[in-house]
Design a protein around this ligand. Sequence first.
Ligand SMILES: NC(=O)c1ccc[n+]([C@@H]2O[C@H](COP(=O)([O-])OP(=O)(O)OC[C@H]3O[C@@H](n4cnc5c(N)ncnc54)[C@H](OP(=O)(O)O)[C@@H]3O)[C@@H](O)[C@H]2O)c1
Length: 338
Amino acid sequence: MIKKDKYNVAVVGATGAVGKEMIEVLEERKFPVGTLKLFASERSAGGSLTFRNQDYVVELLQDDVFKGIDIALFSAGEKISIQFAPAAARAGAVVIDNSSAFRMNPEVPLVVPEANPDAAMKNNGIIANPNCSTIQMVVALKPLHDRARIKRIVVTTFQSVSGKGKEAMDELFEQTKSLLSFQEVRAEVFPHQIAFNCLPHIDAFLENAYTKEEMKMVNETRKIFGDDGIGITATTVRVPVYIGHSESVNIETEDNISANEARAILSAAPGVVVYDDPQRNIYPMPVDSAGRDEVFVGRIRADESIPNGLNLWIVADNLRKGAATNAVQIAEILIASR
Ligand SMILES: NC(=O)c1ccc[n+]([C@@H]2O[C@H](COP(=O)([O-])OP(=O)(O)OC[C@H]3O[C@@H](n4cnc5c(N)ncnc54)[C@H](OP(=O)(O)O)[C@@H]3O)[C@@H](O)[C@H]2O)c1
């Protein structure tokens, strides 16, 4: 990719929960877009989406559509990424992929701009965006890791339904309507009723009894920190919230770090906002994070059960920092360095 005034951008999965957010984030951040191409399946091809007050036709995704594209933002799921991302890279685009298809491939950098921006530059045409739950956790933990080296992380997530896409959001809406009008609920996207319920089950169960989502948090965090020695255990839970993932995170550090120092470090950290005044009922909540690009941290307190432990409550908009914003920030790194 050579230095240009404007870059030709493709959004693959443009009609999805993440894809639509990508178009908005490109506009909001004034990304220097030359041509914009929007792709989806035959279900949405022919429809249109708006960018900078102009309508763009959604086109059918095919192998030969990437000629002349500089940056391809993929968010159409793992299968589509496996099928089309290599073709896009061969055509000369840099792919920033939101699926899990390439995240653990040693040839593919896994990038959170606040944590490991330099990794983005060593790519072979594909860069992976981490899982939404991983992104918000590493944004908050990296500055603490740099100061005191984290030895162990115990995390429990409370993940919104938008993390599973637009159909999951519709399912929560329909089930809520049904329950409030005393009708039976139908569960099609989730394995059980999600309205007024919590499911300790995100993605498939693995042989080790964890879910894939839980192991993504373990493996991706180690790759981003470049530290395989961190002990990480995760429990991921789907909750009936539309947008915004919350995480209860306990860390054990090598060096001692007080809650006050952690608060000061995080207040100065890029991309982090500290909301931590519990006496005044101030703490992060998903409804406040929706539509925002920052990661919100609160309930910072010492873990009194161990010498060097801290508890934190970390919240972010999974469609923005957890996906679209992170991807566009990676694209910004690429064009800034040309
Ligand atoms: N939601 C999140 O918080 C989040 C966060 C991080 C990463 N991700 C990842 O981002 C990806 C998309 O997630 P999402 O939540 O946006 O899902 P979604 O709302 O279900 O959207 C899926 C998108 O993919 C398109 N698509 C599906 N099959 C296709 C095909 N055969 N050819 C071309 N396009 C096709 C859909 O187009 P149609 O309109 O034509 O169906 C739609 O635009 C997934 O890999 C997901 O794991 C999601």
